[in-house]
Write a protein that binds this ligand. Structure first.
Ligand code: NAD
Length: 490
């Protein structure tokens, strides 16, 4: 790895690549359980130094007020990442267990290209709007509305789509003129450290504008959240941690932007091609071993077509063998850690305790005892109140539930603390409109439509989060609004 020194990756603080105050920690390949190398382990003082650097870069440099510089730096970063894409791909596959095929899309190439969209926003956004003259309280006044960066952004990210999530925060936050302290997940430090090395060595991004602090200690995320010098926390992770982040941000009343968990429904209407739609649902839950917040994990099918649906879903799941993510044909790789693998297996056990049955899968695949693999699994026969139908499992596990009529399908889809995404399949446009209007989620796919794109805002209703990432809406999360009212004639 030319980007990462053999003795351990470095932190990026104030433009310099530095060792971690707590030494190094191992990063492990989830497909082989082998240590692939070591990452800098930051201590509290490192986090403090990163926040100081970000604060100084925001307060004392031109970064916040020079959108042309920001656009140029973002394009330069995009091109430098692109020039290093093969090394980044190897790190992503080995460290996140991401199937190679996904690195041509949302696991790597997609988010790199999306930095171009952020550069365009920096260049073309209407930073100033003339609200014209009015005479509130009898004083003739000219009003100007200005958009300004929020300040120092603390970005805290998970491991499942490390580049997608890191760049969906870095891109718009930087385009808007903020400075950033990024704290990636302890499971994928190299994905972030490699980006840090590229920023330091191959771009003109000024010192302190981006700081990347890898650590084995989740506590550094809490420290970043509580620090009064940080103006906004942009967090992606579990709903449970999201609650802690919101609480820890409260004493300093900083803006919190939360992208959290999901338990999205895949609704098959009775005029759809039942077997075809169920095959898509089965395939989707296997992608990256189900480790995606927006993956549809509740399959809602018409009661009259239940047996056909169970059969078609199980047949597709049984045909997808979990495999080596380095193999370009693999769809379903390993889970990120032993802890996650065991958690998924416990969920499957809980379905049996709740009266369910495992139609296919349910355990560790034969011949894959090394690495943290789980068989694609279909659970049937549980009530919708069962834990496997309510809680986020984050594995290749699908729960199939029958419904009676379109309104019942909507009711079940909405009977969830989450509201992140979903999918609806059917033939009649009027019925599809009724269902998409009724389901309360941030994104919905109809008959396989794809919402994922740089210009499309993504985020959740209810306990799936607060705010939107990507698109203009995602960019504006990183902006403040200032109004300047000048007495007319002055
Ligand atoms: P996690 O919540 O355990 O950790 C996420 C990040 O938060 C990590 O960097 C972690 O170190 C940090 N952290 C942990 N405790 C913290 C605290 N008290 N204060 C501040 N930071 C803290 O999540 P994970 O297991 O890494 O990722 C999986 C979860 O992420 C799933 O629930 C998934 O749905 C969610 N996710 C959501 C989206 C989305 O956009 N909605 C996208 C991807 C993943």
């Amino acid at each position: 790895m030319s980007l990462l020194p053999a003795d351990g990756s470095r932190l990026l603080i104030d433009g310099k690549l530095v060792a971690g105050g707590d030494g190094v920690f191992a990063t492990v390949n989830p497909a082989t359980e082998q240590v692939i190398g070591y990452a800098a382990d930051a201590c509290g003082a490192d986090m403090d130094a990163a926040i100081t650097a970000a604060r100084t870069a925001f307060d004392d440099t031109e970064w916040a007020s020079d959108p042309a510089l920001r656009a140029r730096c973002l394009l330069q970063l995009r091109d430098a990442l692109q020039a290093n894409i093969e090394e980044l791909r190897a790190i992503t596959v080995a460290e996140a267990g991401a199937p190679t095929m996904l690195t041509s899309g949302p696991q790597l190439a997609g988010p790199i290209a999306d930095l171009g969209y952020c550069a365009e926003l920096a260049e073309n956004y209407s930073w100033q709007t003339d609200l014209g003259v009015a005479a509130p309280m009898g004083i003739s006044t000219h009003r100007m509305l200005r958009k300004e960066p929020v300040g120092v952004v603390g970005a805290i990210t998970p491991w499942n789509f490390p580049h997608q999530i890191n760049f969906a925060k870095l891109g718009p936050a930087l385009a808007a003129g903020n400075t950033v302290v990024l704290k990636p997940a302890p499971d994928t430090p190299w994905c972030a450290a490699a980006v840090g090395a590229i920023i330091a060595e191959q771009t003109d991004i000024p010192a302190g504008v981006v700081n990347i602090v890898t650590s084995a200690d989740h506590g550094l995320g809490a420290r970043l959240t509580a620090d009064p010098r940080v103006d906004l926390i942009s967090f992606t992770g579990s709903t449970q941690t999201g609650r802690s982040v919101m609480a820890a941000a409260a004493p300093t009343l900083k803006k919190t932007f939360l992208e959290l968990g999901g338990k999205s429904a895949f609704i098959v209407l009775d005029d759809a091609n039942i077997a075809g739609a169920c095959a898509v649902a089965a395939f989707s839950v296997c992608v990256h071993a189900g480790q995606g917040c927006a993956i549809t994990t509740r399959l809602l099918v018409p009661r009259a077509a239940y047996d056909e649906a169970v059969q078609a879903t199980a047949a597709t799941l049984a045909g997808i063998a979990p495999g080596d993510p380095a193999d370009p044909k693999t769809v379903c790789g390993p889970l990120i850690s032993r802890r996650q693998r065991d958690r998924v297996l416990r969920y499957i056990d809980s379905a049996l305790a709740d009266g369910g049955r495992i139609v296919t899968g349910g355990g560790i695949p034969a011949g894959r005892e090394r690495g943290w693999f789980v068989e694609p699994t279909l659970i049937a026969g549980v009530p919708h109140s069962a834990r496997v139908a309510r809680e986020e499992i984050f594995g290749p596990v699908l729960v199939i539930i029958p419904y009676d009529g379109d309104d019942d399908a909507i009711r079940l889809a909405n009977d969830s603390p989450y509201g992140l995404s979903g999918s609806v399949w059917g033939a009649d446009p009027e019925r599809l409109r009724h269902v998409t209007a009724g389901v309360r989620t941030g994104t919905l796919s109809v008959n396989g439509g794809v919402w994922y794109s740089a210009d499309v805002p993504f985020g959740g209703y209810k306990q799936s989060g607060i705010g939107r990432e990507m698109g203009v809406a995602g960019f504006e999360e990183y902006l403040e609004t200032k109004v300047i009212a000048t007495a007319h004639g002055h």
